[in-house]
Design a protein around this ligand. Structure first.
Ligand code: FUC
Length: 768
């Protein structure tokens, strides 16, 4: 499980990521001018804007009625006037800074290509660069340790006394670096936001700091200005940490927090440990999580080919199953790197890795699919702890989300629209037509429900999930209105980022009861009813939700095209190849379009075909994440060959040399969506059964996978040969009856707490 290269990164999209959930680094592996770009998860421009929501309460009923009456133009005009929040936009997640290592004094010649190797080992979480120069071998290792809460950089020379270099720490803006001791540098800074009409007021905002301690073996090490100067050493190790004055509980920066003191507190215990101890602890911690899932597809005889060459061969028409495995595991690696303790924030649009002061889409938390997609692989791929930062963040958003529910949507409960930031912005952003997406809150809390389904952790359900799920249901119940057919609908509503055309030629986003909204509502209310029954919650409340469920508009098949209808009326699409396929939420990640709803199942297939056909004609676009979503759809449609073709298409069009997914530019949701899609091809459990190999491609003739999780907290290991299931081993944390499906075979089995149950390809018990 190694990404490796014969040359340094030519640009950021070739650099290799390490991360511990809180700190991230991109390692370029340059010989003479090494560059390590740094991130800390909470460094954001901007500030908390509690008053951003427009007070739309008195106008909302009118807007809703106009939408229901088909007076869309008037409804849009009123919405533009009364729903606009102030400010309309957020500022960006920003990088921490850069480390440059300059060895130019040593030698200007470059190592021979054969002697250079740059790699990222996914199992150890260590990025290593080795090369020979002047008959000497140099090694550099970089890793982000979760137990140490630090980034570690080690440089070593095989021949003693041959290491001479300058290592400097800097940031493009708003920070200064200086020595704090003979072996320590500190960076202190404060984000200085400039005036910009659409965003929060300018000023001195978040404070941050970094501290780096250097230790040499042999030779000398000293600090000068923003640099360490190391001369004639055998080895030098640098330990870096960083912090901000961000207070998660307040969703705001907090002048009571001293970032520099946090850095000192983190680094002080490090000083009494050896590099070997720190590295051993890091590997033990990282690999214990990473190695939970193992996946093979026959022998991978291409691992001795550099990763960029493998990718190139695929782009030139080849196929490479081993590369897909690497990408699958890379998705798990990236989720570990961007969403776990010691970090407290969920993975953003770039996980944690961002080089730009004003990043694409601010590298924010996009809540109309992107952050949700980030977490699709989490549970099934056995990384449940990565969901905790998301879950905690959702719970924090309830407070600002109540204001949005009240002021913008005239409802109780809480919600958020199509994006948010670390300051908890929940109001409509980026424009009314685009940014109005009140179903983001209900969608998010479904991740908390899924966390329970997979882990069966009742305490979590009771204390963490239920309160926000219930409050989200409160929002929905208060927000829904009846349409002319007596059905409960959302208004205003949006099918994310897509537009429809009315017969008079008018083109709009806003509508009422878009299919995705209703699907989310259905999914949420069903989840809340189940959760409420488990927890013994108020029966009247459960009955109220059941009653609403009966009067939701059904999923419909469009009479025009036989696709799943995207809007409440069978409107003409403006962009039939649009990257969002929101009306298929019910297929994935939702659970309402399955083989048990054959008409919709067929329509879902047609929806995908139509999107693809028109995107190919340029009437729409494909993005990395959009292709990744397709893989999940095709897996749910049990079309393994189509899913595999989509993976190959994604590799050819959307994967960068460091295996990051590109929107373009780099956007991490596609990485996570791809990992989830592969898992979905091999194991599904959303329809009350544990379905084995539901979408196995012909090309994946033989293989093994272990450590996947099914809902019910069941661990699954499978082996297949000649495209047929050979054995499956199931293990449950509790005594449990399960229904197992493989193709048309179906069997019921008893699992005993902690014991392995092995079944053969006909789902009969086999002794272990
Ligand atoms: C959604 C998508 C865009 C992009 C953005 C971050 O708005 O429609 O393609 O991924 O999120």
């Amino acid at each position: 499980m190694v990404l490796w290269y014969r040359q340094p990164a030519a640009d950021w999209n070739e650099a290799l990521p390490v991360g511990n959930g809180r700190l991230g680094a991109m390692v370029f592996g340059d010989v003479i001018h090494e560059h390590i770009q740094l991130n800390e998860e909470s460094i954001w421009a901007g500030m908390k804007m509690p008053g951003a929501d427009a007070d739309a309460r008195q106008y909302l009923p009118v807007i809703q009625q106009k939408l229901l009456n088909g007076e869309i133009k008037e409804a849009m005009e009123l919405s533009e006037k009364h729903l606009r929040s102030n400010p309309m936009r957020i500022r960006s997640y920003q990088p921490l800074g850069d480390i440059y290592i300059d060895m130019s004094g040593k030698s200007r010649s470059l190592p021979k290509r054969e002697s250079y190797r740059r790699e990222l080992n996914l199992e150890t979480g260590i990025a290593t660069t080795t090369f020979s120069l002047g008959g000497n071998t140099f090694t550099r290792e970089v890793f982000a340790s979760a137990p140490g809460n630090i980034i570690v950089i080690r440089l070593a020379s095989a021949q003693p006394g041959k290491l001479t270099f300058r290592l400097s720490l800097s940031r493009e803006q708003d920070a200064s670096v200086m020595p704090s001791a003979a072996d320590e540098l500190i960076m202190t800074g404060q984000i200085t936001d400039l005036p910009d009409a659409d965003v929060c007021p300018p000023g001195l905002h978040m404070k941050f700091a970094a501290k780096i301690w250097g230790k040499n073996r042999g030779g000398t090490l000293q600090t000068v200005n923003n640099s360490f100067y190391v001369e004639n050493a055998d080895e030098a190790v640098f330990y870096l940490t960083a912090a901000t004055d961000y207070n998660f509980n307040l969703l705001d920066y907090d002048r009571n927090i001293n970032p520099l003191k946090i850095c000192a507190d983190i680094l002080s215990p490090v000083k009494s440990k050896s590099f070997e101890d720190i590295k051993t602890a890091h590997i033990a911690d990282h690999s214990a999580m990473f190695n939970r899932v193992r996946f093979t597809l026959g022998e991978d005889n291409r691992s001795d080919i550099p990763t960029d060459q493998r990718l190139k061969a695929v782009k030139e028409g080849g196929e490479d199953k081993g590369l897909a495995i690497l990408q699958f595991q890379y998705g798990r690696y990236l989720l570990m790197g961007s969403s776990r303790a010691p970090g407290i924030l969920p993975a953003n649009l770039q996980g944690i890795w961002n080089k730009d002061m004003a990043a694409a889409w601010n590298s924010d938390f996009h809540t109309n699919i992107n952050i949700q997609m980030n977490y699709w692989p989490a549970e099934v791929c056995n990384l449940p702890e990565t969901v905790i930062p998301l879950s905690n963040f959702i719970n924090r958003l309830r407070e600002p989300g109540r204001v949005t529910a009240q002021k913008t949507y005239n409802s109780k409960g809480w919600t958020v629209n199509h994006l948010t930031d670390v300051f908890g912005r929940t109001s409509i952003c980026d424009g009314v037509g685009w940014g109005t997406f009140p179903m983001a809150g209900p969608w998010l809390v479904l991740h908390q429900w899924e966390h329970f389904l997979f882990t069966q952790d009742r305490e979590y359900l009771k204390n963490e999930a239920w309160p926000s799920m219930k409050e989200s249901a409160d929002f929905v119940l208060g927000f829904l209105i009846k349409d002319k057919n007596g059905q409960w609908v959302t208004a205003p509503s949006n099918s994310p980022e897509n537009r429809y055309k009315l017969p008079d030629g008018g083109v709009y986003n806003l509508t009422y009861g878009a299919t995705m909204d209703i699907q989310i509502v259905r999914e949420l209310l069903n989840a809340c009813i189940k959760a409420g029954e488990i927890l013994g919650e108020d029966k009247r409340f459960l009955a109220q939700m059941k009653a609403v469920l009966k009067d939701l508009p059904p999923n419909r098949v469009s009479a025009r095209y036989g696709i799943v209808q995207e809007w409440i009326e069978d409107y003409e699409e403006v962009e039939p190849g649009h990257r969002h396929m929101s009306q298929l939420f019910g297929l994935h990640p939702g659970t309402q379009i399955t083989a048990a709803t054959p008409e919709l199942f067929v329509a879902a297939k047609k929806t995908i075909e139509r999107r693809q056909t028109y995107a190919a004609k340029g009437q729409g676009s494909t993005t990395g994440w959009s292709k990744a979503w397709m893989i999940n759809f095709l897996a749910r449609l049990k079309d393994g060959n189509a899913a595999w073709n989509k993976i190959i298409e994604m590799q050819r069009e959307k994967i960068l040399n460091n295996l990051f997914d590109t929107h373009p530019p780099f956007q991490i949701d596609g990485n996570f969506g791809l990992t989830a899609g592969i898992a979905e091809m091999l194991l599904q459990s959303h329809a009350g059964e544990i379905e084995l190999l539901p979408a196995l491609p012909d090309a994946w003739k033989e293989g093994t996978i272990s450590g996947l999780k099914a809902r019910g907290n069941i661990e699954v290991e499978m082996k297949w040969e000649n495209n047929r299931l050979k054995t499956v081993v199931l293990q449950s944390a509790e005594n449990k009856t399960v229904i197992v499906r493989y193709g048309n075979l179906k069997a019921r089995h008893q699992l005993k707490k902690g014991e392995l149950l092995m079944l053969d390809g006909s789902l009969k018990i086999k002794s272990v």
